[in-house]
Each structure stands twice: as C-alpha cells, then as structure tokens.
Ligand binder design. Structure first.
Ligand code: GDP
Length: 465
C-alpha cells in the first residue's frame, strides 16, 4: 500500500496565505528533481554539490509561467532527514499560487504528488519513529508549521512507547518461562513458582489497567499552552529550544540572525504537562533586510501575541538582565497580559560568578544548568502542575483499547497460573494469553500493525506531512 522507493512532493506549508510557502520532496531523486528547477546563487553550481543539512539561496524557474523566483532550498541527505531519505525543501514567497505552481513543476520534473501523511508514513516505515510517535505527529498538525513536524515530537509518543516496552519486557520474560515449562513438562524441573509468576503478571496487568484508566485523551497541540522565547539575536533562544525539547530542531549558528522561522517543539514539564515552546526569532527586529526576514518578524510577533508566558532570553555574558528596556516595551505592546520571565542564559561562560536577581532564572543551554528549574517555574506559572499531576498520559482511543486488552490478557494468564500447582499444567493456555498481550502492546508502538491500520492512521494526516 505504501510505496517508498519513488520521490514524492507536496506543499507542506499551511493552506492559504502565509509568510512563506514550502514545497517538500522526499525520495531517491529528490535532489535531482529539485535541482532541475532550482539554481543556487551562493557559489555551488547545483543542488547536488551541496552537503547535507545545508541551505542555499537561489532562483527557482517555473517553466509553465516562464518566471524565476527567489527562494531558498534546504538539503537533507539520507539518512539524516525526517524520512531517512534524501529530502529537499524549497521555501518561497508565501502565496498559494506560487506553492501550487512549484508543486506542479516538480511533478512535471518527475516527482509524484504525495498522499495524506505519506512523509510521516515514510518516517515510520524507515524505523525513524515508532507508531505512537507518528500518531503524535498527527496531533501536532492542526497548529503545526513545518518545523514542528520535522522532529515528530516524541514527548507523548515516546512515553507511551517506553511504558509499553517495559510491560512487554516483563510479559515476554514470563512467556519464556511458560513456554520452557511446556518443553520441560516430562522432567522434574520447576523454572518458577506458579504463584510467584502469577503475582508478577497480576502486577503488570494492574499497571497497564491503571495506565489505560488514568490517561487523558490525547490533547490537541493547538490547545497546548504556548510558551515563547524572545530575545536579541544570538542570546541562545534556538539552543534553549533544542535543549528543552531534547531534539535538535532549530538550526543554530554563531552568526546573528540565522534563525528565521518560528521553530517549535513540545516540552514535558513536571506533572506530565506538555507545552508548546516557540522560538520567536526576529521579534523586535525593526528593519528586516528582505522578505524572508519580514515574514520571520511577522510570524514571531504573532507568536509573542499568543504566548502565555514569554521567556525573555538575555546573553548573561554580555548583557545585564534588566538592561533591555526597549525589547521589554515591545513585548508589552504585543502582549500586555502574559507573564514575562527573564532568563540569564550562557551562565556557563561566567565561571560561577552569578548572582541573578530573584526574578531572573539563570540557565545554560550548553550545560543544561537551570533548565529543570525553568520547567518548574513555567509549570507553576501555568498552574499545570496542580491540575495535571499524577501519572496521566495522553492516549488515543485505539491505544487505550489495546492497553486494556493487554491488561485483561495478562490478568487472565495470572489467574490461570494462580490456580495451578505447576506452570506446565496451564502453560498452553497461559502462553496464548501472554502472546495476545504482547500483540496488543506491539500494536500500540507499531511493531505489530496491519496495513489497514496504517492506512487509517496515516489518512488522518494532511497531504504534505
Ligand atoms: P538565538 O539567535 O537567540 O537563537 O541564539 P542561538 O541559539 O543560535 O545561539 C547563538 C550562539 O550562542 C551559538 O553559537 C550557541 O552555540 C551559543 N550558545 C547558546 N546558548 C549558550 C549557552 O548557554 N552557553 C554557551 N557557552 N553558548 C551558548
């Protein structure tokens, strides 16, 4: 059902007018096809010459319209991309007509129009992300810009996977003992006390049941609280985003002004709350140099306007925490109500000589110092810790049903064993239950999934993701 060896293309920016339009390609010919239409202006003769994880400005030629447009190409060589294939993203002035014409030109040049969720399906099928993470991607799409997708956020998906793997490990161990007991039935060897094994399995079943019962419905990202990083270029905003979201999703560089998108990631706070963290690079920039800068500035201002709270990042090595009155004033104008927390970043450069005022949080994106304290303060400001404490975890209905079925099967095995004198007496039946439990857990993380199920899950995505 999912063909993965051809090259697909789609518009992956939001529908309608936006700061920029993005057309994305993935597959073995992605670089060659994009290269037929896009000519770099920055020195390289062709896209194929450019190393992975690089961007280049250039001109995009649209044959049907006979026009050339200024744009920017991002090159990701396999396997260092979202899909683990060669990926090219072309960023263009944001107009639906430009996006549509560019996609049509890419298709004429040899790409196939991608189906719904096909990029994420490729990420899953290549083993880049597990199925629960892929489903988490579907949840971020409503609010997502392209950057959010790139690191199919695993805060939620990864946590589900971790807990299921732990239970699956315990069940697999019990199954090994049960199956070995079948082989050893004729001999007088007891691998374990049936009562003890029953007790262990009953505990696993209870844990799974608790997880299914206490999990909240998977929150939609569009409803997650938005926490926004603002600050001067080079203060360390995108480094903080990378460190907090535990994923490298923003391109960082020591050249001021290199970050131009509103990049974002989900971060887990104490109490299992999840917030969306955005990097408002370009906010406060009064004199944008070109249309991309201007688009970045508008997007950043919109992010600050929606924020609750705002993190004002200061480079502690070069600035005093309360120095930046101008930027504070702009933040207040854009968003009069959100609390503003000041972060004195890069404290690792101060050699331990820090004594920040009480309302300033000292952090280092480089060493991770202060980041836990920061998360606690954000949770406190948003009152999240109180409202959403405990073990609650976001689950989809499908995942919840699998968890409950796994719990029931595990408990059935526990009951069989509890009543037996020897494991071998009930081994065949118990093994059936335990295998069923493993299959149900496997279906959550996608280790055991049918093509039909995959089709249903990925059809929830929009084309381009
Ligand atoms: P942004 O423009 O605010 O997004 O800043 P970046 O995150 O791109 O960081 C600018 C430069 O500062 C990069 O070279 C980073 O590696 C560096 N940097 C960021 N945070 C820290 C930190 O906590 N400690 C140190 N030593 N360097 C940092």
């Amino acid at each position: 059902m999912f063909i993965t060896d051809d090259t697909i293309a789609a518009v992956s920016s939001a529908a309608g007018r936006a700061g920029r339009a993005i057309v994305r390609l993935s597959g073995p010919d992605a670089i060659a096809i994009a290269g037929r239409l896009f000519t770099p202006t920055g020195g390289a003769a062709s896209l194929a010459e450019i190393a992975g994880f690089r961007l280049t400005d250039g001109l995009l030629y649209l044959p049907d319209e006979s026009i050339e447009l200024p744009g920017r190409a991002y090159i990701f060589h396999r396997p260092h991309s979202y899909t683990r294939q060669d990926v090219v993203e072309i960023h263009l002035p944001g107009s639906p007509a430009v996006a549509t014409a560019t996609l049509a030109a890419m298709i004429d040049a040899g790409a196939r129009q991608a189906g719904a969720g096909e990029f994420t399906a490729r990420a899953f099928l290549s083993g880049r992300i597990d199925l629960s993470a892929a489903e988490a991607v579907a949840d971020v799409i409503a609010a997502a810009d392209d950057a959010q997708l790139r690191v199919a956020q695993a805060v939620m998906g990864g946590e589900v996977h971790r807990r299921c793997s732990q239970a699956a490990g315990d069940i697999a161990e019990a199954l090994a003992i049960v199956e070995a007991s079948i082989d050893l039935a004729e001999e007088d060897i007891q691998l374990a006390e049936p009562g003890q094994l029953a007790g262990q399995l009953a505990d696993v079943g209870e844990t799974l049941n608790d997880l299914a019962a206490t999990a909240t419905d998977m929150p939609e990202t569009s409803h997650l609280p938005q926490v926004v990083l603002a600050g001067r270029p080079n203060a360390g905003k995108s480094s903080l985003l990378n460190a907090l979201a535990q994923t490298r999703r923003a391109i960082t560089s020591s050249m001021p002004g290199t970050t131009r998108d509103v990049l974002s990631g989900l971060i887990a706070l104490p109490g299992n709350a999840v917030v969306n963290l955005l990097d408002a690079a370009g906010f406060g920039d009064d004199s944008p140099a070109d249309y991309l800068d201007a688009a970045a500035h508008d997007a950043a201002t919109a992010a600050v306007t929606r924020a609750e709270p705002i993190l004002l990042v200061i480079d502690a090595a070069t600035q005093q925490p309360h120095q930046d009155k101008n930027l504070r004033e702009k933040i207040r104008q854009a968003n009069p109500n959100a609390p503003v927390l000041t972060l004195a970043n890069k404290i690792d450069l101060l050699g331990g000589e820090i004594d920040p005022p009480v309302d300033v949080i000292a952090t280092s994106a480089a060493t991770g110092e202060g980041l836990d304290a920061l998360k606690a303060v954000i949770a406190e400001r948003l009152h999240l810790a109180v409202n959403r404490s405990g073990e609650a975890l976001g689950l989809h209905d499908r995942q919840r049903r699998c968890l409950s079925a796994a719990a029931t099967a595990t408990q059935n095995a526990a009951e069989l064993l509890a009543d037996a004198e020897e494991i071998a007496d009930v081994a065949e039946l118990a093994a059936v239950e335990l295998r069923n439990a493993l299959a149900q857990l496997g279906a959550i993380s996608g280790e055991v999934v049918t093509e039909d199920l995959l089709g249903i899950i990925f059809s929830r995505f929009c084309v381009g993701k």
